[in-house]
Design a protein around this ligand. Structure first.
Ligand code: IVH
Length: 676
């Protein structure tokens, strides 16, 4: 090959790789397989190694490789990097609109660009003659830190502008952030390696960008959305913000696809509501939305006050994290005797809800986060999950804090507490002699997904156990009407209703019954698998560990628990009583293998389905042989994502699991029904 041939080949490879990145990050439409990309990349690397004189700083291979430095140099921003004024309510947004209209002497329709407020960190990236030149953090707005080598490793950011027509100097501003999926994966890897865990994606992004060694940054899953320009020389930009964003996209920068033009304040508020509703299912963290007056001429007329523009506003979402104090720690006893440490907090409003308790998970977590009574901590409340303590503010630790110690005796029944070194949780050994365990077992037995006993709620169970009317789950079917009527807030009518509901619940399914028994490690799905595999309870209760492990999905841990449960004389007696009191289920028809087209396929359902309940979808899938589980792992084949899907979808994306919409699920079910 001649030198020209080599140069041509190198240029072509670079173009292909840049095109791939553009499609992937900017157009969100990857065009080739990852393996193909890796092949092109290696080919380019080899060619460049053989011909080092051909290496240019904008080659995709040159993103990594810079030497670690000892400190970041300071960079002065030619155009200061401003901050935004914040609003937390509709009233404040309307006042912002009014201030603008008063200044502009205008009451006509006003166009805003609405953008999600990305929760990462702001950077400024300068291009000279279309080439990546320098990147800096915001710093104090006037001076930032030179993070050129680190930002260069972010594949979403072009090293060279895409079109031929560009400014001689272009400063692009935007947010570097870590997508939720990448954050989860990074923390999982860090946990396995015993390394530092990041509290949230923003800290992870900031920590990754402020690495003195760019080779570390290169391995962090960072992404970028452009949202503004700084200095521009030698080019006439369009006269609206939305057109500038379009132009940035053409130059090769990813721009958030949720951005939208809204006419007047009410449309801005609708955007806020829409993004808030979508918040959990967006693949990145947002902490609000930003409204920007679209016309640059109007922006100029409005100008700035102190260090924030009058023409823009950040409309924040209620915070999901707050700082408060750990007043004390109590241990709650669960159904299986597990002791869960719960922090009693100085009440604090988090995302609009007062939080006074947060789970500390287990003693290992307390040790890992080094939490002590008296500490100031960050509490997080996300969606419906139980609030948790994310981290301790060590620098604010007062002089007298107390260590959290696992009690030696169960706080409810006084039995010994056993903490096996191999297990994360400690347990009360009291079994059903522990009223806390008994209460939880009965609540579980009565739950909707178990025996579905309407009216047997938590408060009632507490009363019945405290008054010694219930000593086992079977006792619920022996409750006398007269005793019920003597309970607080229980008249004859509700007592009779409860008895009717109890009677009703006796007609159930084997799967529900198994789940209701509360066998450790046997959740709803395992109960379904067991019920499907064993035609009757007797065979199941006599199965040994080997037989159980023959079933797909049943490992040694589940098998040991199931065998142990059915060998326990007390459990045998309770089951016998339940059957004697009339609990029954239909005998399932023998299984036909040909009707199991989804055998071996593992599904996870998330979000709200429109046309059917999740239970219905689950039943339909299980009937076709599929396994339906509650959490996504690398074993999962499909995730069905309904409306507002939440973290399971993100985990699926992180693991590369196939995602089906409800529509696609329906198609699949219809197709299989036809094949049948
Ligand atoms: S515009 C003059 N747009 O919010 C306006 N900022 O409080 C400059 N941010 O430091 C910022 N998403 O890190 C703008 N779509 C967005 C944004 C955004 C997140 C951050 C940015 C900035 C901070 C201002």
């Amino acid at each position: 090959m001649t030198a020209t041939d080599i140069e041509q080949q190198i240029n072509q490879l670079r173009r292909q790789i840049n095109d791939y990145n553009y499609r992937y990050y900017v157009l969100d439409a990857p065009s080739i397989l990852d393996a193909e990309y890796d092949r092109l990349f290696m080919q380019l690397q080899q060619l460049e190694q053989a011909h080092p004189e051909s290496i240019t700083p904008d080659s995709p291979t040159q993103r990594v490789g810079a030497q670690p430095s000892t400190a970041f140099q300071s960079v002065t921003h030619t155009v200061p990097m401003l901050s935004l004024n914040n609003a937390f309510s509709e009233t404040e947004v309307l006042a912002f609109g009014k201030r603008i209209r008063d200044r502009l002497h205008d009451t006509d329709d006003l166009a805003f660009v609405c953008e999600p407020k990305l929760d990462g960190l702001a950077v400024s990236i300068t291009y000279r003659q279309g080439q990546f030149y320098q990147a800096a953090t915001r710093g104090d707005g006037m001076n930032g830190e030179d993070v050129t080598a680190n930002v260069k490793t972010i594949e979403a950011i072009p090293l060279q502008l895409r079109t031929q027509d560009f400014p001689t100097v272009l400063e692009v501003r935007g947010e570097v952030f870590m997508p939720k999926a990448g954050f989860i994966k990074l923390n999982e890897q860090a946990e396995q390696a015993g390394e530092k865990i990041f509290a949230n994606p923003r800290n992870a992004a900031a920590g990754s960008l402020r690495q003195l060694d760019p080779n570390i940054t290169a391995h962090r899953p960072l992404n970028f959305y452009a949202y503004a320009v700084g200095q521009v020389q030698g080019y006439c930009l369009p006269d609206t913000h939305h057109a500038i964003l379009q132009q940035l996209q053409q130059w090769g920068f990813p721009v958030c696809s949720e951005n939208r033009v809204a006419i007047n304040e009410m449309a801005c508020l609708a955007f806020h509501a829409e993004i808030l509703a979508k918040r959990a299912s967006l693949p990145y963290e947002v902490d609000g939305v930003v409204y920007k007056v679209d016309a640059l001429a109007l922006q100029q007329q409005l100008g700035f006050v102190s260090r924030a523009p009058r023409w823009a506003l950040a409309h924040k979402f209620p915070a999901q994290e707050e700082i408060t104090t750990v007043n004390s720690v109590e241990f709650q006893v669960g159904r299986t005797g597990a002791l869960t440490p719960v922090a009693r907090l100085k009440p604090v409003v988090v995302g609009g809800v007062t939080v006074s308790n947060a789970t500390l998970h287990n003693m290992n977590e307390i040790a890992r986060k080094d939490i002590r009574v008296g500490d100031q901590v960050i509490v997080r409340r996300a969606g419906d999950v139980i609030p948790e303590v994310v981290a301790v503010l060590k620098e604010r630790r007062p002089a007298h804090t107390q260590a959290i110690v696992l009690p030696r005796q169960c706080p409810v029944c006084g039995s010994d507490v056993l903490h096996l070194p191999a297990e994360a949780v400690a347990r009360c050994v009291g079994g059903l002699a522990c009223s806390a365990q008994l209460k939880q077992r009965i609540k579980h037995f009565a739950a909707r997904r178990a025996m579905d006993i309407e009216g047997l709620g938590d408060k009632l169970v507490d009363q019945l156990v405290d008054r010694q009317l219930l000593h086992s789950i079977a006792d619920v079917y022996q409750l006398p009407l007269t005793a019920l009527m003597q309970l607080e807030r229980m008249g004859e009518k509700s007592a009779t209703n409860l008895l009717t509901a109890l009677e009703h619940s006796k007609s159930t399914t084997l799967a529900r019954f198994l789940f209701a028994l509360g066998i450790r490690e046997v959740g709803e799905t395992t109960a379904q698998v067991l019920a499907q595999h064993f035609s009757d309870l007797t065979t199941l209760s006599q199965a040994d560990e080997e037989a159980l492990q023959q079933i797909d999905d049943v490992g040694p841990v589940v098998a040991t628990q199931v065998v142990g449960f059915f060998h326990e004389p007390h459990n045998q007696a309770v089951i016998e009583q339940l059957l004697k009191y009339g609990v029954h289920w239909p005998q399932p028809a023998p299984m036909d293998q040909s009707a199991q087209p989804l055998a071996e396929q593992r599904f996870v359902l998330t979000g709200t389905l429109e046309g059917m309940s999740r239970e219905q979808a689950k039943a339909a899938l299980i009937a076709l042989g599929a396994k339906v589980s509650g959490s996504v792992s690398s074993q999962t084949n499909f995730v069905v994502a309904g409306r507002d899907p939440g973290s399971k979808l993100i985990k699926a994306q992180a693991l590369g699991v196939r995602v089906l919409t409800e529509h696609q699920l329906n198609d699949l079910l219809a197709q299989l029904a036809m094949d049948d």
